[in-house]
Design a protein around this ligand. Structure first.
Ligand SMILES: [Mg+2]
Length: 195
């Protein structure tokens, strides 16, 4: 059976999307609710500058990533997929977050073949290098860019990604919807037939 390469984002995809919000509200003295976040760049929703949100991340990022809640079903599905396929985590987190990311994987028993911390949101080069057959993501702009590079995407639904999607981006509501697309791609030998 063909082993696929599955690229997986971490924040908002493997983790709950708003795990940082409670501490961000406390830090900035704001009262922003989850449904008030309609942009991935959350500093706009919080009404603070990007520089201020960068300082917040420098100070609390490691703790936030350690505390992050995993999305329901993700652990089970990743473990099942890992038995048959390659799992490559590709994240915009910075290199300085490598250790906490690996510790967190251990805490939640998340197997993986590789972890790439890019420090930016440009994922296409890495996804191509790793020959990703599918990508699982929550950031709209990433999904559209990956899809334009012929890498199909399963986009986990969030308040900040509800915009029109190209044909090869599939909106899913939870991890329980992931495996049918992967399985069909394997059995049909072609992801286009899985859409
Ligand atoms: Mg993300």
């Amino acid at each position: 059976m063909k082993r696929l390469n599955i690229g997986v984002d971490i924040d908002g995809t493997l983790t709950e999307p708003f795990y940082w919000l409670r501490r961000a509200n406390a830090y900035f003295g704001t009262d922003v609710r989850e449904d008030g976040i309609v942009h991935y760049d959350y500093h706009e929703a919080l009404g603070v500058s990007r520089q201020e949100s960068d300082v917040f991340y420098d100070q609390l990022g490691e703790m936030l990533h350690w505390e992050a809640q995993i999305r329901p079903g993700a652990q089970l599905v990743i473990n099942r997929l890992f038995k048959q396929h390659h799992i490559h985590f590709i994240t915009a987190r910075t290199q300085s977050m490598q250790q906490v990311s690996l510790d967190w994987f251990r805490k939640y028993d998340i197997p993986h073949d590789s972890l790439t911390l890019l420090g930016n949101t440009e994922k296409i080069a890495t996804a191509k290098q790793l020959r990703c057959d599918w990508f699982i993501e929550d950031r709209y702009e990433n999904a559209v860019a990956l899809a334009a590079s012929n890498i199909p995407v399963l986009l986990i639904d969030c308040s900040y990604n509800r915009k029109p999607l190209p044909d090869n981006v599939i909106r899913i509501n939870s991890w329980s919807q992931v495996e049918p697309y992967i399985d069909t791609t394997v059995s049909m030998g072609n992801w286009e037939l899985a859409l």
